[in-house]
Design a binder for this molecule. Sequence first.
Ligand code: ATP
Length: 298
Amino acid sequence: METVLSLSNITKSYGPVRALKNVSFNVPEGCVFGILGPNGSGKTTLLSIILDVLKANNGSFLWFGQPGSPDQRKKIGSLLETPNFYHYLSAIDNLKITQSISGRGTVENIDDVLRKVKLYERRKSRFKTYSLGMKQRLAIAATLLGDPKVLVFDEPTNGLDPVGIAEIRELIIELRNSGHTIIMASHLLDEVEKVCTHVAILKTGELLTTGEVNEIMQDEDIVELSAADLNALADILKPFSTRLKVNTDSNTIHLPLPKGTSNLEEINRLCFSTGIILNHLVLKKKRLETRFFELTNN
Ligand code: ATP
């Protein structure tokens, strides 16, 4: 699979504020790539850098394996801030203006992009009669002019009501199915889980983790165990997980394992065979929220 975007050690400061610290990751072709993080974690700064709106202090990025060029930029449609549409003009007339200013696509594309965002029926209605969700879909339609391969959206569902949110999420999935790669910022874990195939999690400018959503966000099995000699128990269990946690306060050990893979009988047998008698052995399911909270709060 081709790499659409690769970031290498991107660093950005605003005066004393370090907004991004050595951020590196790759975006594979055909994915919906979520940049997930709480407010102020650097998402908008990151998107602004890859769109050449801001310059990084350090590091580099490549689009389609090459440094940015006007030709490359034509392959990227973006929505960073809500565009200014004319309230008294129809969707078609607004897009005609956008098309002529941006030089992306042709007037003939306009019906097509309006169909894609499901505004074709309302194409002649004035912008001011649109709901917030429709306005946002028109903004997305504008990014589709010229049929760019890659779409970059900053918090595309922000401020919308639940119906509007669901429509935008569905649209993003449809855009991916029709061959676009989408890079989107979000502060909502739930949104990333529903829409994205890949994720990079940022916290105060640092990349905490990146990879496929299924792998990163997957529920985990946590096996909680205890024995008289906690250290000896920990030594036996260490080979099973690098994230083994010894809680001396509660006198327990937490052994995280991939979802559905824990076998309590086997663990019990293993401990017994090495001379350790467990006095506590429980399987706990870790919820996704806990995992995200752990990632962003440690
Ligand atoms: P939000 O979801 O609130 O937009 P974000 O994750 O997009 O947050 P950024 O807007 O990229 O985060 O901000 C990252 C950090 O940089 C924050 O601490 C923010 O206050 C700071 N910052 C952003 N823009 C500027 C600026 N122009 N001048 C000074 N500091 C800034």
